[in-house]
Design a protein around this ligand. Structure first.
Ligand SMILES: [Zn+2]
Length: 323
């Protein structure tokens, strides 16, 4: 796919539209628009430059910005929440819904932006995410585990889902047997779908990867009897047990090769990068997709880098606790 590939929205039954936020490359980061009985909710906001696409999508559904009741973010990482402030300015009646641990970062995003710059580098972060605008505190609704939101005649329930981050929640739409999983249930790009098979791998982005919690979330999702999962990276998948199995195996393998990594930082980074790339290439090969390392890096370079950095942060946290 080149940068000229158009960004495509897809509308599904039940009033759900997948919007491509345009971050990184086409087909990499999604937002969702939910419409029920004349009311709208966004799940995820992309970054600031995603907002015009989101408003255009709303208009195509015959709704106005005034009809948006909820802007829900699964967590405050900027590929999910970076556009929240800008979107809220356009939607005067909306409340921003976040895990309680994310709320203060949306009201005062300075630390969040600094943390993101530490991961991506300052200029790359600004180029990718744009300016992050604060959200007035009176427009923020904190959603602990089990919090419910009315949208038309539907009820959405927020579920605390750690493992990727402690400010992470998933959103359950029980009527549709659908879960919006953010980054709690892995990353899976549609470009690698082959029939029933999909590539899916954990997202261990810095700095709060917790493998035991992630496994707990995977099991919890598997027990929910879902028809669909909607991943932010990327899109809607019919739910099947194989996804949870592959994801769980991914967590185990990543923990396994992280635990055998050398301590010296440079050698550790090479070890983690090589092992993670080998894991992805092996999984792809098992699906009949043979990818050169250069192509893998071109397509999944951001994920590889973030996952490796997240494993490093996890190892360092563990070492600090052990002493
Ligand atoms: Zn993400």
């Amino acid at each position: 796919m080149s940068d000229a590939t158009p960004l495509v929205d897809e509308t599904y039954e039940g009033g759900v539209t997948r919007i491509d936020s345009g971050l990184y490359r086409p087909g990499a980061a999604a937002c969702y628009l939910l419409v029920r009985d004349g009311e709208a909710a966004f799940v995820e906001t992309g970054v600031q430059r995603s907002v015009p696409r989101m408003l255009a999508s709303l208009e195509r559904q015959g709704l106005r910005p005034e009809d948006v009741r909820w802007v829900i973010i699964t967590h405050v990482h900027l590929d999910h929440a970076g556009g929240a402030g800008a979107l809220m300015k356009h939607c005067p009646n909306a409340k921003l819904v976040t895990h309680p641990k994310g709320a203060r970062h949306m009201v005062d995003p300075m630390r969040l932006v600094e943390g993101t710059e530490a991961v991506y580098g300052k200029s790359q972060s600004l180029a990718l995410h744009g300016v992050t605008i604060p959200v007035p505190s009176e427009r923020v609704e904190e959603a602990p585990d089990g919090h419910t939101l009315r949208l038309g005649n539907s009820t959405l329930t927020t579920l605390e889902t750690w493992g990727h981050a402690r400010h992470h929640m998933a959103i359950l739409d029980e009527d549709q047997q659908t879960l919006y999983t953010g980054d709690a249930f892995g990353i899976s790009y549609r470009v690698y779908d082959r029939g029933e098979n999909a590539l899916i791998f954990p997202s261990t982005t810095p700095t709060q990867f917790e493998p035991e919690e992630m496994m707990r979330v995977i099991d919890r999702v598997d027990a929910m009897g879902l028809r669909w999962v909607h991943l932010t990276h990327f899109g809607r998948l019919p739910y099947r047990r194989a996804l949870a199995d592959q994801l769980g195996r991914g967590v185990e393998r990543m923990v396994g090769f992280a635990e055998t990594a050398p301590e010296e930082p440079k050698a550790r980074r090479s070890h983690l990068t090589e092992a993670f790339e080998a894991m992805l290439m092996g999984d792809l090969l098992a699906m009949g997709i043979s990818l050169e390392q250069a192509e893998l890096r071109r397509m999944l370079g951001v994920d590889i880098r973030l996952n490796v950095q997240g494993l490093e942060a996890w190892l360092e946290r563990r070492a600090a606790h052990a002493t």
